[in-house]
Structures are given as structure tokens and as C-alpha cells.
Design a protein around this ligand. Structure first.
Ligand code: ZN
Length: 118
């Protein structure tokens, strides 16, 4: 897609902890929102849910890229792809179901950390 000078590396333990902490904060915010806002203020809850999700995806977009498991090509994905593509974790690490721009295969790609160009 858009080539950058960014370097990539496998997520470190710190990245995993940060990622899990962020996910927990996200779930707590949504959970508390559900408790305090539903049913009277459900539209505020919807807004809260929407904003939290967007922030999570922006964070993902800025800090993470994908490495194709078929050909090893490393690439960054768009905000929209990050938002809608399935994510998961297996024994090879964190993955995202995306289409590789190099071999054009739609498959699991390992999520890797973006190192901002020095
Ligand atoms: Zn590929």
C-alpha cells in the first residue's frame, strides 16, 4: 500500500503487557458504561463504545503491522481493514486475517510491532 521507512520487529513482552492492559481498560470502560448508562442513556453508551473502539483501532494502526505467514512480506494495513478484519491469538502469536499485498493470499498474518523510522 503506502511504503514507509518504518522498521518492524516481533512484539516484546512489554508490548504484550501494554496490549493486554489497553484491552482491559477498554473492557472496563465499556463495562462501567453499561452499568451506569444503560438503559436510560443508551445513546451515550453507544457514543462511548464508538469512541473507545476508534481509539483502540487508531492505536493498533499506529503501532502495529502485519507479516504474511505465506511469503514473509511485511506490510501495514489501513484503518478500515484494522477495524473490520478478525484478530486472534494462536501459538505463533497474535494474528490478523488480512490480504497480503505481495502474494495476494487472504490468510492469517502475524501482527508485528512498528519501529518508528529513526
Ligand atoms: Zn504474502
Amino acid at each position: 500500500m503506502n511504503p514507509t521507512n518504518n522498521q518492524y520487529q516481533d512484539p516484546t513482552l512489554k508490548d504484550w503487557i501494554m496490549g493486554i492492559a489497553l484491552l482491559l481498560i477498554y473492557l472496563i470502560v465499556i463495562g462501567l458504561g453499561t452499568f451506569f448508562l444503560i438503559p436510560e442513556y443508551w445513546h451515550w453508551w453507544l457514543l462511548l463504545f464508538f469512541i473507545s473502539t476508534i481509539l483502540m483501532v487508531i492505536n493498533q494502526n499506529r503501532n502495529y503491522a502485519c507479516r504474511c505467514r505465506e511469503c514473509g512480506h511485511e506490510f501495514e494495513v489501513s484503518f478500515l481493514v484494522n477495524l473490520i478484519s478478525p484478530h486472534g491469538v494462536d501459538k505463533e502469536g497474535s494474528w490478523q486475517w488480512v490480504k497480503c499485498p505481495n502474494c495476494m493470499k487472504r490468510a492469517k498474518a502475524t501482527v508485528i510491532k512498528v519501529i518508528k523510522d529513526a
